[in-house]
Design a protein around this ligand. Sequence first.
Ligand code: 5GP
Ligand code: MN
Length: 345
Amino acid sequence: QEFFTDSVQKLQEFNDLLASPKRIVITTHQNPDADALGSSLGLASYLKKKNHTVTVITPTDYPEFLQWMSGEKEVINFESEKQEQAKRLLAEADVIFCLDFSALNRIKAMEEPVKNAPAKKVLIDHHQQPEHFADFVFWNEKAAATCELIYQLIEILGDKALIDIQAAECLYAGVVADTGSFRFDSTTKDLHRVAGELLDIGVETNSIHRRIFDNNSLERIQFLGFVLGQKLIYLPDYKVSYMAISKDELARYGSKNGDTEGIVNYGLSIKGVEMTAMFVERDDMIRISFRSVKDFSVSEFARNNFNGGGHKNAAGGRSYDGLSKTVERFLSLLPQYQAQLLSNE
Ligand code: 5GP
Ligand code: MN
């Protein structure tokens, strides 16, 4: 499928759609991360300046370390007492933007209300294997972040001057988070240009970094110490590492949703590791995060084995088999991937 921005006619249609004030809803995936929330709020800020009425609705709550983003206070959490209001906004919207996801099952209970809404739908995303539910698609799996795509879209529309410092901070945060601070392969020359232009608008890079990464409670750091000291397992025969964290262990450290974010990356920092996994026991399921380097596709691995997907080197999945059974199944899969893991270059 072609980006609507690549087709003069489609782009014109998109422009026409937004030529007069519209009722707009922006939504993103469950458990929003910096890219999900940053792209949503960055786009919201821009669309408000174009005189639209804009509401950001998230399928679930999001972590505290994102609660500085401008416009965040007005976000409606679909899993709150405001659900009826959210349903009404979705049903009455002229346009619904779907950001940073491309499979409808990633918006939980919002799936049906979004699917059934008569609004025109615009998908802007960089995850693999997009579903085709949108009228306008701006999708690029090579993009480092949805925030990068939002910047590019505003640029294509000739409106860069409308990105204020608060919106720039949101977009910058998403870029920093989704590139592991400009470390992943998705970090291109053009991404650095975009980041540089965001700095020109006034973003202070260290300030954003600290808000996202240096915002831990003492307990969370102690939890990290516990996990790294006692839970991280390395299997040199497969060049794989993993950690499995139970509900009890989370509770012992008063761990909140979002507290496990980023911890999976430590598994990949062991010399020689090509793939790592983190299993976390949540209420009714096991949430799994996968990370890899180079050509080993955890997106494929997650899709084929754990009901998930994502990007080549960062993906997620789920299991309903309980923690130990899920880990056992993961371990039993490794032999068939051994050759690929050992030759991963
Ligand atoms: P994380 O491990 O940080 O939760 O997820 C890693 C990446 O994979 C993120 O970009 C996330 O959006 C994506 N991801 C996580 N779970 C799923 C899933 O079930 N399906 C798809 N398509 N992507 C996922
Ligand atoms: Mn993203």
